[in-house]
Ligand binder design. Structure first.
Ligand SMILES: CC(C)(COP(=O)(O)OP(=O)(O)OC[C@H]1O[C@@H](n2cnc3c(N)ncnc32)[C@H](O)[C@@H]1OP(=O)(O)O)[C@@H](O)C(=O)NCCC(=O)NCCS
Length: 279
């Protein structure tokens, strides 16, 4: 029998085991952040009393994300992911959310399509080793004060008010973020975070190619010689060109999907997604 319940901090070890099994890059701090951002909106499925699956949600006003849909291998193909995602969608409908988004793996996509999610764009996870090549960029980078201006730029580009996610990430690692200013106006920002397999570059957004390249060069200089993952929208050709120039290789595709009202965003200005968890 399948039963669903709220996820708690005691379930972080379950989440870590399932994400290891799937070969994902999250660390414990990511699970703790998911629970802190949406304590009533992260769920565990139990099969005959044994916890076997997870999902998380995060509400950004009228837009919400579903992520971390992970089912233990022996428990797959019994409808558990379908039940969990249906439950998460019901939770979000109860919070007056108008759009639910997610980044689907090829395995997850058919499950979401059956639940009414529609594909909207493609992203590619690129991986490689951050190279030390000196940047030709002459653009000055700024250490953001409290991240409000960068979060506002992010809102304009993503069509989603992600202040609370971005500020939480900034508070965790204030040194791992930079911005580009044009006069007093923020026109780009980038962040980094640790992963179990590689440093995740992102989120990063920029209104100009020069600003985007300068921020991505900065990110690579921070993790010189380390493994890196970058999730780039396929429609952002300058970002794809930058990554190709760094010798990054494709690891896996993601399909960004939505249910409900489409979000007006500008993926051409998104240089690196924050990861498949929250766009
Ligand atoms: C993707 C994933 C979450 C799916 O979990 P799941 O619990 O197996 O999903 P469901 O059982 O709801 O649906 C999977 C399939 O089983 C079928 N199914 C559902 N109930 C069934 C049942 N009682 N008997 C037989 N088949 C069943 C579904 O129709 C579906 O068919 P499909 O393979 O043709 O799409 C799981 O494979 C996983 O954890 N993968 C690794 C992580 C990942 O990629 N997560 C998705 C992130 S976007």
């Amino acid at each position: 029998m399948i039963q669903l319940r709220r996820m708690t901090i005691d379930d972080v070890s379950l989440g870590m085991r399932l994400k290891e099994q799937a070969g994902w890059n999250q660390i414990e701090a990511d699970w703790r952040r998911f629970l802190a951002l949406e304590p009533d909106g992260c769920f565990v499925a139990e099969l005959d009393g044994k916890p076997v699956a997870t999902t998380t949600t995060c509400v950004f006003g009228s837009v919400a994300w579903i992520a971390m849909v992970l089912v233990d291998k022996p428990a797959r193909h019994q409808g558990i992911a379908t039940r969990l995602v249906e439950h998460a969608v019901q939770f979000l409908e109860g919070r007056a959310v108008q759009t639910v988004r997610l980044d689907a793996t090829p395995l997850g996509r058919p499950v979401y399509e059956r639940l009414g999610f529609v594909a909207e764009c493609d992203l590619v996870r690129l991986q490689g080793t951050a190279s030390t090549s000196r940047s030709d960029q002459t653009i000055a980078l700024n250490v953001p004060d409290d991240f409000s201006a960068a979060a506002e730029l992010d809102r304009q580009i993503t069509g989603t008010d992600r202040h609370r996610l971005l500020k939480a990430m900034f508070r965790e690692q204030p040194d791992a973020a930079r911005a580009v200013l044009d006069g007093s106006r923020t026109i780009g920002y980038a962040m980094l975070r640790a992963g179990s397999q590689a440093t995740q570059v992102g989120p990063a957004a920029a209104l100009t190619t020069d600003a985007g390249c300068a921020l991505m060069d900065w990110a690579f200089q921070q993790c010189d010689g380390q493994s890196v993952f970058v999730d780039v929208p396929c429609d952002n050709q300058p970002a794809i060109d930058w990554a190709n120039g760094k010798g990054l290789e494709t690891q896996r595709p993601f399909t960004r999907m939505y249910r409900g009202r489409p979000v007006q965003d500008q993926v051409v200005h998104l240089w690196a997604s924050s990861g498949p968890e929250k766009g």
